[in-house]
Design a protein around this ligand. Structure first.
Ligand SMILES: *Cc1c(COP(=O)(O)O)cnc(C)c1O
Length: 398
C-alpha cells in the first residue's frame, strides 16, 4: 500500500529478525555471511540483492535512509555519521577541481569553513552571496558553477529564501540546488517538491530532537545518488546502526514534535513582541526587549513567503535583550528552566548567545550583516509547558 509520509515514517521498517518482535532490533554487525561462495560472488556482481559490508549496508541505517527519502519526497537517501558528513558527501561526491559553488553566507559555521578553507584545497571555489538576494545568486554564476548551497530558514538570522525561484535560476544553467533542511525538517518544509535537487540534514538537531546522537542524511534522485554512491562507499561516512535505530524511532514522532515546537514558539514570540511593543521593558540597559524575530509573526520581513513555503514556522526565534552583550548574557544567567547551551532542536528549550559562542569567530562586519548583534539571544523552543517557559522568560527579564 502506498503510504503517506507520516505513516511511512512509522511503518516503513527493516526486516525483523524472525522472533516476531514488534520493534525492529539493532543489527550490530559489521559483516554478513553468504550461504555459498557463489552467493558472495553474485552479491558483489550485483546479481543477488544481499548486504555486503557494514560500510555499505545495514538494516537499521537503510531503514532510516528509506524513511528520510519518504518524508522528503525523494527517490532515495543515504545516512551519514553527522550533518557535516552529509554536506561534505553531497558536495565532494558530485564536484571536482575546477568546479564553482555559489552559497549563501548565512550557512552553518562548519559549512562555511568547509567551503572557504577546505574546498579550495581540491580546486573548488565558492562565491558567497546574500541568501535573500536572488539577483546576487544569478550574478555570481559562472560557466563552471555546478551547485548552489543554502539553508532556509538560516541560522541565527532566520532569513528565508524562495526555494522554487532559486531552483529556477539554478536549473536554467544546469546547476544543482542543494538545500540544508535542518531547521524546518521535512515535517514543515519539503525542498525537493519546490525544485531542490539535493536535501541535506543534520539529524543531530530536530530529527533526533532529544539531544542524544549525531547523524545526517542526503536525500536526492536515483540519478544523482548513483553519482554520489561510489564516493560514499569509498570514503566511509556511514551512520552507526545504533544511531540509525535511535533516529528511525525519532522520525516516528517528528511531525507531532515539530507541531508542538511551533505552537509554543508562536506563543512565546507573540508574547515577547507584545512586551516589546508595550514598552514594559523599554529600559534597554536593564534588559528591555528589542526586536523579536520569528517566521510566524506578521512583522517577520518574509512572512508571506515563509507561510507559503513552510507548513508551520518552526522552533527557532530570536530576541534582542537590552543593547549589549552584558544585558543578553545577564538575562540568560537568570533563566531557571531554560538551558544555556549552543545546541538546538531538543525537547528542552535552549537559549544561546551566538555573538559570544557559535558565531564568535566571524569577522565583525559579517556578524553585522548576519544580524548577530551583541544583544541577540536565540531560543530553540522545546516541548515543555509553554506557561512554564513564559514564566521563566518573564522572571529573567525582571
Ligand atoms: C548543526 C548543523 C549542521 C551540522 O550538523 P552536525 O550533525 O553537527 O555535523 C549543519 N547544518 C545546520 C543548519 C546545522 O544546524
Amino acid at each position: 500500500m502506498k503510504m503517506r509520509p507520516d505513516t511511512a515514517a512509522i511503518r516503513l521498517q527493516a526486516d525483523r529478525s524472525g522472533y516476531g518482535e514488534h520493534a525492529v532490533p539493532i543489527y550490530a554487525t559489521s559483516g554478513y555471511v553468504f550461504d555459498t561462495a557463489g552467493d558472495a560472488a553474485a552479491a558483489f556482481s550485483g546479481e543477488l540483492d544481499h548486504p555486503l559490508y557494514g560500510r555499505f549496508d545495514n538494516p537499521n541505517t537503510d531503514e532510516f535512509a528509506a524513511r528520510i527519502a519518504h518524508l522528503e519526497g525523494t527517490e532515495t537517501a543515504i545516512a551519514t555519521a553527522s550533518g557535516m558528513r552529509a554536506i561534505f558527501t553531497s558536495v565532494l561526491g558530485l564536484l571536482r577541481a575546477g568546479d564553482h559553488v555559489v552559497a549563501s553566507y548565512q550557512v552553518f559555521g562548519s559549512t562555511l569553513s568547509m567551503m572557504k578553507e577546505f574546498l579550495p584545497r581540491w580546486g573548488i571555489e565558492t562565491t558567497l552571496v546574500d541568501l535573500t538576494d536572488l539577483d546576487a545568486w544569478e550574478r555570481a554564476c559562472r560557466d563552471t558553477t555546478r551547485m548552489f548551497v543554502l539553508e532556509t530558514p538560516s541560522n541565527p538570522g532566520l532569513e528565508t529564501v524562495d526555494i522554487a525561484a532559486l531552483a529556477g535560476i539554478a536549473h536554467q544553467r544546469g546547476i544543482l540546488l542543494n538545500v540544508d533542511n535542518c531547521f524546518a525538517t521535512p515535517a514543515l518544509q519539503r525542498p525537493a517538491e519546490m525544485g531542490a535537487d539535493i536535501v541535506v540534514h543534520s539529524a543531530t538537531k530536530f530529527i533526533d530532537g532529544q539531544g542524544r546522537v549525531l547523524g545526517g542524511a542526503v536525500a536526492t534522485s536515483a540519478e544523482i545518488m548513483e553519482r554520489i554512491m561510489p564516493f560514499y562507499r569509498t570514503t566511509g561516512p556511514t551512520m552507526s546502526a545504533f544511531n540509525a535505530w535511535i533516529l528511525s524511532r525519532s522520525l516516528e514522532t517528528l511531525t507531532i514534535r515539530m507541531e508542538k515546537h511551533s505552537a509554543t514558539a508562536q506563543i512565546l514570540a507573540e508574547r515577547l513582541q507584545d512586551l516589546a511593543g508595550a514598552g514594559a521593558h523599554s529600559d534597554a540597559r536593564s534588559g528591555g526587549i528589542g526586536a523579536v524575530k520569528y517566521p510566524g509573526l506578521e512583522t517577520y520581513p518574509q512572512f508571506d513567503l515563509a507561510k507559503r513555503q513552510m507548513r508551520l514556522p518552526g522552533a527557532l526565534l530570536t530576541v534582542e535583550v537590552g543593547d549589549a552583550a552584558d544585558s543578553a548574557m545577564a538575562f540568560m544567567d537568570r533563566l531557571q528552566i531554560i538551558s544555556r547551551s549552543v545546541n538546538l532542536g531538543d525537547t528542552r528549550t535552549i537559549a544561546t548567545h551566538p555573538y559570544s559562542t557559535t558565531h564568535s569567530k566571524l569577522p565583525p562586519e559579517l556578524k553585522t550583516r548576519l544580524g548577530i548583534t551583541p544583544s541577540l539571544v536565540r531560543l530553540s523552543v522545546g516541548l515543555e509547558d509553554p506557561e512554564d517557559l513564559w514564566e521563566d522568560i518573564s522572571q529573567a527579564l525582571g
